[in-house]
Design a protein around this ligand. Structure first.
Ligand code: HEC
Length: 276
């Protein structure tokens, strides 16, 4: 791993200059431009497939696995959890506009009253607590993982639609952007070193996915049955470069998710998918 990471460092110095005061929309457009001019054959909508979009064989494997997903049962269990009434008789649907259909693409959003970013997972927990149930652990695959694995499918096809309005929201977005571009760990890698500068390149046997499109399809089932939430993936990627990970559900990761989701604006959601 060490050698491979070091080999990547050389190519990760190109995008050092990120415009600090750019608007979110400018950031998104700059990234779109960067990827699409580097990879003119890959259409923007295909970025939701991540690394798979760069490799025909992996994409073919994905398509056949998604026909009969080995994780179908987990999604069914999530559906049961979503539909089973709380002790007070209400359900998750009562907590969301449109009963939870076509809403996930609005998350995370900035809650001005609470002065913080709220993720879909937190909205699920707020719903539970408001109805007299205990909150789930946010990164827990068996509870939060499954209920969001179904809950997010209700928004399949919705376009990611993150809004950043007002100074406090902008500050949260900027904090997330800072996390994304800050170098950390023993090798001094940022998220951008791998998922911007080296997107489409291989690290060992894996193609690195572009940052755009990465937030549209969670949770994923790695290897077909290992449910991984978005923020648990952040932990994994922090660890990959031997950096100290943050807590799932922390303000640090929520702000990162806010920035990270914004740059996928306009791309279609498709929850609960296969990944290698
Ligand atoms: C040393 C390189 C490296 C760094 C640095 C890194 N990652 Fe990753 N990341 C990977 C690899 C390898 C994968 C698996 C292949 C892929 O999907 O890109 C991955 C996968 C992901 C995925 C899943 C993509 C999908 O569609 O399933 C997300 C999301 C992600 N990384 C986010 C981040 C974030 C956010 C950071 C910064 C905290 C980060 N990564 C830092 C190497 C890296």
């Amino acid at each position: 791993m060490k050698k491979t990471l070091l080999a990547l460092v050389a190519t990760s110095l190109t995008l050092g200059a990120v415009v600090a005061n750019a608007t979110p929309e400018q950031d998104r457009k700059d990234l779109v431009k960067l990827y699409t001019s580097k990879y003119p054959d890959i259409k923007l909508n295909q970025y939701v497939y991540g690394a798979l979009a760069f490799d025909k064989d992996s994409m073919a494997q994905y398509t056949s696995i998604m026909d009969f997903p080995p994780f179908g049962e987990a999604i069914e269990q999530g559906q049961k959890m979503w539909e089973t009434p709380f002790k007070n008789g209400k359900t998750y649907a009562s907590c969301f506009p449109n009963s939870g259909k076509n809403v996930a693409g609005n998350y995370p959003y900035f809650d001005d009253k609470a002065n913080k970013v709220v993720t879909f997972e937190q909205a699920i927990n707020e719903c539970r607590v408001a109805n007299g149930e205990e909150a789930y652990k946010e990164g827990d695959a068996a509870t939060m993982g499954k209920v969001t694995a179904f809950g997010r499918t209700l928004s399949d096809g919705m376009k990611m639609n993150i809004k950043v309005k007002g100074a406090a929201a902008e500050a949260a977005y900027d904090a997330g952007k800072h996390h994304f571009y800050a170098r950390r760990g023993q090798f001094g890698f940022s998220c951008a070193s791998c998922h911007v500068d080296n997107a489409g390149n291989r690290i060992r046997s894996e193609v690195l996915s572009p940052a755009i499109g990465q937030a549209t399809h969670w949770p994923v089932f790695r290897g077909g049955d290992n449910l991984v939430t978005l923020q648990t993936r952040y932990v994994g990627c922090n660890r990959l470069v031997r950096a100290e990970p943050f807590k799932v559900g922390s303000a640090e990761y929520n702000n990162l998710e806010y920035f990270h989701s914004y740059i996928s604006n306009g791309l279609p959601m498709h929850a609960s998918v296969f990944r290698k």
